[in-house]
Design a protein. Structure first.
Length: 252
């Protein structure tokens, strides 16, 4: 693996499993030291142990601002600053999320709290650390469901990810003059623990694959590769962009 992120300092939320863990692993493999943030302390510790000395596990609920501020400050202190921030933590309440007329407001609030407010809080305090380091990159992990109506019945999830896309655009404009680039990566249908509700059903996997021009779901490491590039100096002129990594799902 290249030294694309050699000696850089990163923070990734939702890093105990799935795309967040894949992003953290990619950044470590490319030379970064990475603070892994997740609400699941036991799983987070296992993930960090698997990545070795370059991984710093920090437990926090991203919907809790004090907790987010604490872990961002701890990461910046222990790593000597931050260069990359990846708000990735998200929930998908399959079986509870629903179309609007059937959607319980508590499910709506819980989804927004993690997926949108949590992303905002991570970016808010993360950007402060980036400014203290002289600049850097924020890469939000969103979803094509935030831009297209491709997830009927997941109204809270889709709305939360639409909010993330809005944050990408406005924060890119806010911070460009301060050498902070802000972009979003939009994974399509991806094989992760959050998607276990269909991954164990061969018929469901086949149905999902039939919607994708490439003909299969993504692997988490394929998403992580794009996040790594967008966060790197190779993408130095890229800000305010939403990168669809969906096998062509939203191109047709």
């Amino acid at each position: 693996m290249s030294g694309r992120h050699q000696d850089r300092r990163a923070l990734v939320t939702g890093a105990a499993r799935g795309i967040g863990l894949a992003v953290a692993a990619r950044l470590v493999a490319e030379g970064a030291r990475v603070a892994l943030v997740d609400v699941d302390g036991a799983e987070l510790q296992r993930a960090a142990e698997g990545l070795g000395a370059a991984a710093l596990p920090l437990v926090a609920d991203v919907a809790d601002e004090r907790a987010v501020e604490r872990v961002v400050m701890a990461a910046a202190d222990q790593l000597g600053g931050l260069d990359v921030v990846v708000p990735c933590a998200a929930i998908q309440q399959v079986g509870r999320d629903d179309r609007a007329d059937r959607l319980d407001a508590d499910v709506w609030r819980a989804t927004i709290d993690v997926n949108l407010t949590g992303a905002f809080l991570t970016a808010k305090h993360g950007v402060r650390a980036l400014l203290g380091s002289g600049g850097g990159a924020v890469v939000f992990v969103g979803s094509p469901a935030g831009a297209y109506g491709i997830a009927p019945g997941l109204d809270a999830y889709s709305a939360s990810k639409a909010g993330v896309a809005g944050l990408v655009r406005v924060m890119a404009a806010d911070y460009a003059a301060d050498a902070v680039r802000v972009n979003g990566v939009l994974p399509g249908i991806t094989e992760t623990p959050m998607n276990h509700w269909w991954m164990d059903d061969p018929a469901a996997v086949a149905g999902m694959a039939a919607r994708i021009p490439i003909g299969r779901p993504a692997r988490a490491d394929e998403i992580a590769a794009v996040v790594s590039f967008v966060a790197s100096a190779e993408a130095s002129y890229v800000t305010g962009a939403l990168w669809a990594v969906d096998g062509g799902l939203t191109a047709v």
